[in-house]
Design a protein around this ligand. Structure first.
Ligand code: KG4
Ligand code: ZN
Length: 336
């Protein structure tokens, strides 16, 4: 029996999770509210908020799992990528626990973990999980990737964004509409009440790579021009504008995913990352899967946005492979 405690602190969520033999026993996430009024995550404030939240969040995860710290066999943390000050908090906290309890330390890559959220089983073991090899469209606030996953720890990026991430495309569009940060969930909410009425360009990027910066500019000019004609254009048409921009972001993502499946011949297909919480993406993905004959997988909602359960499941596979760190390990802001 292997019991692990994992900590996630790469951006604006302080999270901790306990997993036993690959089954998640607890998944606690504290989202930092402080950034809302700044229209984006302020790194310095994120580090401070992690310092304030980390002890209560870890305590809660341990209590909710019905274990004690002395029962933990290894301590895991998000090493990269992310905000360096934020990552340092989780890294040093995990190191201190490993030192205090004389247990191994496991470093986890946040993007790899988003992909492996698809391997999280429910306690009853009835969750369908993908078989290898599978493709995963990982869409978050900082990344947009198509990953070919051959085994839990063998992941290859076969396509990625050349500029903005899909989450940024959502958040920046929301900002143009005057919505608060993070705007992705709000666009999702309003889109449900609207219809696709406005068309935005689909970028012509060769291969499996993405680009969202042209779409952002087109959206900016579109709203500016419409507001010149009618200053209340955004308020009066918010739902339709949201449905239209969401539909274009989703089609850009899914067209490349389809191309990736055709190129690789792989039909086990997953999505992951914060943007995979988007209801438009989820339903269009399922529809495309039916049409193309894919087996589709989407993590449970709470495992899509940043969480520590995905760090715990990745740490579990690293534990099985004895991939441990010594105390000199440092976090890295970059993806490498
Ligand atoms: O994976 P994540 O929680 O954090 C990062 O690693 O970046 O992703 C955050 C991103 C944000 O851009 C947020 O707006 C977006 O995911 N997001 C959504 C939805 N929920 C979160 N975007 C569209 N629709 C949603 N429902
Ligand atoms: Zn993330």
């Amino acid at each position: 029996m292997v019991t692990l405690l994992a900590i996630e602190s790469s951006c604006d969520e302080t999270a901790a999770s306990v997993c036993r033999d690959g089954i998640i026993l607890s998944n606690i996430v504290s989202t930092q509210k402080i950034h809302e009024k700044y229209g984006g995550v302020v790194p310095e404030l994120a580090s401070r908020a992690h310092l304030q939240a980390i002890i209560p969040v870890v305590n809660e995860a341990v209590i909710a799992a019905g274990v004690e710290l002395k029962d933990i066999d290894a301590f895991a943390f998000t090493q990269s990528p992310g905000l360096i000050g934020a990552l340092l908090v989780g890294t040093e906290f995990a190191k201190s626990l490993a030192l205090a309890f004389d247990k191994p330390l496991i470093a986890v890559h946040h993007m790899q973990a988003h992909v492996l959220a698809n391997l999280i089983q429910s306690q009853s073991g009835e969750t369908r999980i993908p078989s290898f090899p599978f493709l995963c469209l990982t869409v978050s606030g900082g990344h947009t990737q198509i990953v070919l996953c051959e085994s839990p720890l063998q992941q290859k990026i076969i396509g990625q964004t050349l500029d903005d991430a899909a989450g940024e495309a959502f958040d920046k569009s929301a900002k143009i509409l005057g919505l608060p940060y993070p705007g992705g969930p709000l666009i999702d909410k309003y889109a449900k009440q609207g219809i696709v009425k406005y068309t935005f360009p689909e970028p012509r990027i060769p291969g499996l790579n993405f680009s969202f910066s042209g779409l952002k500019t087109a959206f900016l000019y579109f709203t500016r021009d419409e507001k010149i004609k009618n200053e209340h254009f955004v308020e009066e048409n918010l739902a339709d504008i949201c449905a239209s921009i969401q539909s274009r972001i989703v089609s850009i993502l899914l067209n490349k995913l389809k191309m990736a499946s055709e190129q690789t011949g792989i039909t086990e297909i997953c999505i992951a990352g914060g943007v995979s919480a988007n209801s438009g993406l989820r339903s269009s993905f399922e529809q495309m899967g039916k049409k193309e004959g894919w087996n589709t997988y989407i993590p449970k909602f709470e495992y899509c946005t940043d969480n520590a359960a995905m760090i715990a499941i990745t740490a579990y596979y690293k534990y099985l492979d004895s991939r441990f760190e010594d105390y000199s390990v440092v976090p890295s802001a970059r993806t490498a």
